[in-house]
Design a protein around this ligand. Structure first.
Ligand code: MG
Length: 376
């Protein structure tokens, strides 16, 4: 069964697998919000007929069957559909074992997962102020962006957009990189050495500019620089590594093992940052974490609002059990989402804690979810 709901601004898709044993079911995140309407039939029309009547306790085998079922594979729609099934099977196995899933993964390597806040300022001084506010709220690491005057941006705007040569917004890498460097230098100078600073390039500069930018930011000693290159240009990570020691995180747009494997095996990044449902669920993400462990690469799973609360909880369980866990984005479930998805995560003083209830520890108020269907 697919639960499709939009309690806030993001469309969420969650798979519920129901077994023939009364009260035994599980939930998994299948949220690909940009194409949410396509994931629903991928589950209902294609995976459900394959899975109906199958045993619920063969997670790996079921994952491989789903993965190969379309012959062509590693696309975002099918990977998310598989993730919904996969995480629901892990939830069921936890409920059967009467254990939280992190126990099935080997037990806790830590009590809680370090998380970070994301802030932005319309200018340098506002960005510095907002980082300082988050430090006072207990966050040890903060992702920070700054708006560039007249330009479109990822995050805050630096005032009204200038009129361009076409109808769309204007973005120029040069002003963006120069102002961002000034802003990060101001954060480091005014807020000290202890705060961890993250900046997300969001794949918006050319490969050559990315190499230069990573080198220019080296003295700031970022916690990491996120997505300096697009997936089409991952070969340029070798150049970044040759030129500087800036810590790099990459992976939220990855769907295919051939995207993350070389970056890990060649030790070209410090943090692997896949979007768990885009890789196909907990089963492949666990394998990525273990591969990365062997090469000294840490995990920093992508955790924006377009991961469902089930998905945030699933990656938190993996965080707790992974010895090479680095940091977790997002995961603080609030408002109407917290009313629909009960028992997800608990935030305290910069860290996320998991429930000790069996499986993910989540129960979904499906009636309340149904009152908030997808909007156009
Ligand atoms: Mg990003």
């Amino acid at each position: 069964k697919v639960i499709a709901t939009q309690p806030s601004h993001v469309r969420l898709v969650v798979v519920k697998i129901i077994t023939d044993q009364p009260g035994l079911y599980g939930y998994g995140c299948a949220t690909f919000t940009q194409r949410a309407d396509l994931v629903v039939p991928a589950v209902e029309k294609y995976l459900k007929p394959l899975l109906s009547g199958m045993p619920a306790d063969r997670i790996e085998d079921t994952w491989q069957a789903c993965y190969n079922s379309s012959y062509w594979r590693n696309g975002p729609v099918l990977n998310n559909a598989i993730s919904g099934v996969d995480q629901a099977l892990w939830d069921i196995k936890g409920r059967q074992a009467n254990m939280p899933v992190y126990q099935l993964l080997g037990g806790k390597a830590r009590e809680a997962a370090l998380t970070y806040a994301t802030v932005g300022g319309t200018d340098v001084s506002q960005a510095v102020d907002r980082v300082h506010q988050m430090m006072e709220q207990g966050f040890k690491v903060i992702k920070v962006m700054v708006g560039v005057p007249g330009m479109s941006s990822y995050g805050p705007r630096g005032g009204p957009a200038m009129k361009g040569l076409h109808s769309g917004p204007v973005f120029e890498p040069g002003p963006y990189m120069r102002l961002t460097q000034k802003m990060l230098e101001a954060c480091r100078k005014q807020l000290g050495e202890e705060v961890g600073l993250i900046h997300d390039v969001h794949e918006r500069v050319t490969p050559h500019e990315a190499v230069q930018f990573a080198k220019d930011l080296e003295p700031i000693r970022l916690f990491y620089l996120e997505d300096p290159l697009s997936p089409e240009h991952i070969a340029y990570f070798r150049q970044i590594r040759q030129h500087c020691h800036t810590s790099i995180a990459m992976g939220e747009l990855f769907n295919n093992p051939h995207e993350w494997q070389p970056l890990i095996e060649e030790r070209l990044i410090e943090y692997i940052r896949c979007h768990v449902s885009q890789t196909g669920g907990l089963t492949p993400a666990r394998k990525i974490a273990i591969l990365a462990e062997n090469f000294g690469v840490k995990t920093a799973w992508h955790g924006p609002p377009d991961v469902s609360p089930v998905g945030h909880t699933a990656q938190l369980h993996l965080d707790l059990a992974s010895t090479n866990f680095g940091i977790q984005e997002g995961g603080i479930i609030q408002g109407l989402e917290a009313e629909i998805f009960k028992g997800c995560t608990t935030y305290k003083d910069g860290y996320l804690y998991a429930s000790d209830a069996p499986g993910w520890g989540i129960e979904i108020d499906e009636q309340l979810a149904a009152k908030h269907p997808f909007r156009d």
